[in-house]
Structures are given as structure tokens and as C-alpha cells.
Design a protein around this ligand. Structure first.
Ligand SMILES: [Zn+2]
Length: 202
């Protein structure tokens, strides 16, 4: 199997001719499209201090994570996925950034950002937008912003895991509907940052 980040029909067809499955690399929750930010800033995830990835991305300028509980997020990602799997040369979708912003980076990166993450800091803890808080409160009877230690709440953690799982299920359905395969990647960025290959990490 081979993954392509760009939509290059020639490369997809060459890989297929060589007997490989060719998947389109798909940035899932992290979407850096300027147009999306300008038209729909409400889709971007919000940290525990109330700051949005739309205008205040954490760590690096391209960290623009969407909120999985905004209905517009699912709609947008499904339409992007549908565009890809509709192409006859695309065998599947390879989902990357299937998660929230890293609330704690690997310890060897702390000095790069001049931060001490021995506890979960509010500026890296997502998503506390009103939609997420209301949805959680409707189910569990409390607002996560009012918890003294939200990082210690298993139900709040699970709520957020489930929110991402819901997006993945829907995108998998989009791929399967076209008889194409979804695949997952999780820790790509973390490895990239560790390898020091990004020049934008200051
Ligand atoms: Zn949210």
C-alpha cells in the first residue's frame, strides 16, 4: 500500500500499475485551509482558556484542529472524503490527525516550546467550545469548564474519544460506500517533530 498526500492521478495510476493499493492521505481533524477558517471559524476547536484554533493555534501555526461536535465539521469532512473516494484511481483514504491537539507533548519536546507539561495546561486542552460543553452537560449533568480537575474526569475524556470515533465511523462509511478502504495513522506529527524536520516549531 502506498499513500499520497497530493492528488496526482499519474502517481496513483503508476502505483496501481505496479500492483499497489494507492490511498489518498487525508488530514482529518487538523485542517489548515485558510478559506475554512475565514468562512467558518466556529468549526475550530477551543481550549480551556476559550481560545480557538481558528485564530490562536497552539504550538505551531498549522495546528488548526476542528471541533468534532460541530455538525458543520462532520459535513465538511464527509464532503472532502467523498470528493476523494469518487476518483477511480483512489483506492482508499488514509486518515491522519485523528485526534485532538496533543495536550501533553513528549518530554523531549518541552524545551523546544519552553513549556513544562508535567500537568495538563489549559491552553493545550481542547475542546471546550459551547457545543461540546452543552453536549457533555446534557449527558453527564455538569459543565467541564466548572470541574476543578477536568483532566481527572474519565467521562469527560471518554466523551472526547467518542466524539473523534464518531467522525472516523462516518468517514469509514463514506469510503466503504464506494467500496474503498479507510486506514488510520496517528502519531505522524509527533514523530516529525521529534525528528526535528519541521522548521516551524519555534
Ligand atoms: Zn467543541
Amino acid at each position: 500500500m502506498v499513500y499520497f498526500e497530493e492528488d496526482s492521478e499519474r502517481h496513483f495510476r503508476a502505483a496501481k500499475a505496479a500492483g499497489m493499493e494507492a490511498h489518498r492521505w487525508f488530514w482529518t481533524m487538523n485542517r489548515n485551509e485558510k478559506e475554512l477558517r475565514e468562512k467558518h471559524p466556529e468549526l475550530f476547536s477551543v481550549n480551556r482558556k476559550g481560545e480557538s484554533c481558528a485564530d490562536k493555534p497552539p504550538y505551531v501555526g498549522y495546528y488548526r484542529f476542528l471541533c468534532p461536535n460541530q455538525p458543520g465539521t462532520l459535513q465538511y469532512l464527509k464532503s472532502k472524503a467523498e470528493e476523494q473516494v469518487a476518483k477511480d484511481y483512489v483506492d482508499g483514504l488514509h486518515l491522519d490527525y485523528v485526534r485532538f491537539v496533543d495536550v501533553i507533548l513528549p518530554v523531549n519536546l518541552w524545551s523546544n516550546y519552553k513549556i513544562d507539561q508535567s500537568r495538563e495546561l489549559p491552553e493545550y486542552d481542547f475542546c471546550y467550545c459551547k457545543t461540546c460543553r452543552d453536549k457533555y452537560a446534557a449527558k453527564y449533568g455538569k459543565d467541564p469548564l466548572e470541574m476543578e480537575h477536568p483532566d481527572q474526569s474519565p467521562s469527560w475524556r471518554k466523551f472526547r474519544y467518542d466524539s473523534i470515533t464518531n467522525i472516523v465511523r462516518n468517514l469509514s462509511d463514506v469510503a466503504h460506500a464506494k467500496k474503498k478502504n479507510p486506514s488510520l495513522r496517528r502519531y505522524f506529527l509527533r514523530r516529525k517533530l521529534q525528528s526535528g524536520s519541521s522548521g516551524k516549531t519555534g
